[in-house]
Design a protein around this ligand. Structure first.
Ligand code: NAI
Length: 281
C-alpha cells in the first residue's frame, strides 16, 4: 500500500492525512470545501511544528510530510491511484452511503474503502457498494497524530484479507489496531457514551456539581479527563447523536439520552466549540 486518499479534511481528516504522510505514504486529501482544505494544511503544518518542538520530528521530515500531501476538491481526481481510501467526511449516513457508492465506481477493483465513522453501521455503508468484502471501519481517535488506538471494525461481509491489510497498515503508522465487530457504537463509544450519559444524569439529579463529578472520575479512576469535560471536547451534539444510535440500535432504555443533554443541545450549548457546555471556554 502506497497511495492513500483521505476524504474530508476536518478535525479527523487532517490528522489522518498528517499521520499517513508522516509515515511515508503519498496522500490525496479530498474535500468539497476549498477553505477546509486550506485550513487543514495550515493545521497540519502547525501540528508538525509541535512535533518538532517535542523532538519527535525533524525540519526535513516536516517538509517531506507536507510534500507528500496533495489536495483535491473533486473526488474523481483524488481517488484514481488509491490503494486505500479512508473516509472522514461529515457524520451523516446519506453523505457516507452516497460517497461509498461513488467511490465504488471510481476506484480500482482492489481498492479498500475504509470509514472513520464513530457510529454509523459499517455493514450499511458497505451495502452501498458492490465490494462489501473490501469495506471496513478504521476508527482513529482524536488527535490522530497522538492517539495510539485504531478500532478496526469488521462489517458483516468484511473479508479476513481486508481486515489483515488494515491491521498491517495501522501498525505501519505506529498505531495499535484492535479488531471489533460491527454493532452499534462498536466498542469505544458503546462504553464511553453510557458513562458520559450517566455523568450527566448524576449532574441533573444534583448528586454533585460538574467539577466534583469530573474530579471523582479523574482521581478515583485515573481517567486523564472527567466525563463532562470530555463530553464538552467531543461536542454535546455528537454525544447525543451517538447515544441515539445506541438507543435505536439496541432498543434498550438504558441508552436513552439524559434530558439535560437533550436540552443543552437544543439550547446550542454544544461544549468547547460553542464556548459553553458543562464548562465555559
Ligand atoms: P468535521 O466536520 O471536522 O469535518 C468533515 C469534513 O468533511 C468537512 O471539511 C466537510 O467539508 C467534509 N465533507 C463533507 N461532505 C463531503 C463530501 N461529500 N466529500 C468530501 N468532503 C466532504 O468532522 P470530523 O470531526 O473530522 O469527523 C469526520 C468523521 O470522523 C465523522 O464520521 C466522525 O464521526 C468521525 N470521528 C470524529 C471524531 C472527533 O473527535 N471529531 C473522533 C472519531 C471519529
Amino acid at each position: 500500500m502506497q497511495h492513500i486518499t483521505v476524504i474530508g479534511s476536518g478535525t479527523m481528516g487532517n490528522g489522518i492525512a498528517h499521520t499517513f504522510a508522516q509515515f511515508g505514504f503519498e496522500v490525496a486529501l479530498v474535500d468539497i470545501d476549498t477553505a477546509a482544505l486550506e485550513n487543514a494544511m495550515v493545521i497540519i503544518a502547525a501540528n508538525l511544528d509541535r512535533q518538532i518542538k517535542k523532538g519527535v520530528l525533524t525540519e526535513v521530515a516536516k517538509t517531506e510530510t507536507l510534500r507528500r500531501i496533495t489536495t483535491y476538491t473533486r473526488l474523481a481526481e483524488g481517488v484514481g491511484r488509491a490503494d486505500l481510501v479512508v473516509e472522514a467526511a461529515t457524520e451523516n449516513e446519506t453523505v457516507k452511503t452516497k460517497l461509498f457508492n461513488e467511490l465504488d465506481g471510481l476506484c480500482t477493483k482492489d481498492t479498500i474503502l475504509a470509514t472513520n465513522t464513530s457510529s454509523i453501521s459499517i455493514t450499511k455503508i458497505a451495502a452501498a457498494t458492490g465490494r462489501p468484502d473490501k469495506v471496513i471501519g478504521m476508527h482513529f481517535m482524536n488527535p490522530v497524530p497522538v492517539m495510539k488506538l485504531v478500532e478496526v471494525i469488521k462489517g458483516y461481509e468484511t473479508s479476513a484479507r481486508t481486515t489483515s491489510a488494515i491491521t498491517a497498515v495501522a501498525k505501519q503508522l505506529d498505531k495499535i489496531p484492535v479488531e471489533v465487530n460491527d454493532y452499534p457504537g462498536f466498542v469505544a463509544n458503546r462504553i464511553l457514551m453510557p458513562m458520559i450519559n450517566e455523568a450527566i444524569y448524576t449532574l441533573q439529579e444534583g448528586v454533585a456539581d460538574a467539577e466534583a463529578i469530573d474530579t471523582v472520575m479523574k482521581l478515583g479512576m485515573s481517567h486523564p479527563m472527567g466525563p463532562l469535560q470530555l463530553a464538552d471536547f467531543i461536542g454535546l451534539d455528537v454525544c447525543l447523536s451517538i447515544l441515539r444510535v445506541l438507543h435505536e440500535g439496541f432498543g434498550q432504555p438504558k441508552y436513552a439520552p439524559c434530558p439535560l443533554l437533550v436540552n443543552m443541545v437544543a439550547a446550542g450549548k454544544l461544549g468547547k466549540k460553542t464556548g459553553t457546555g458543562f464548562y465555559r471556554y
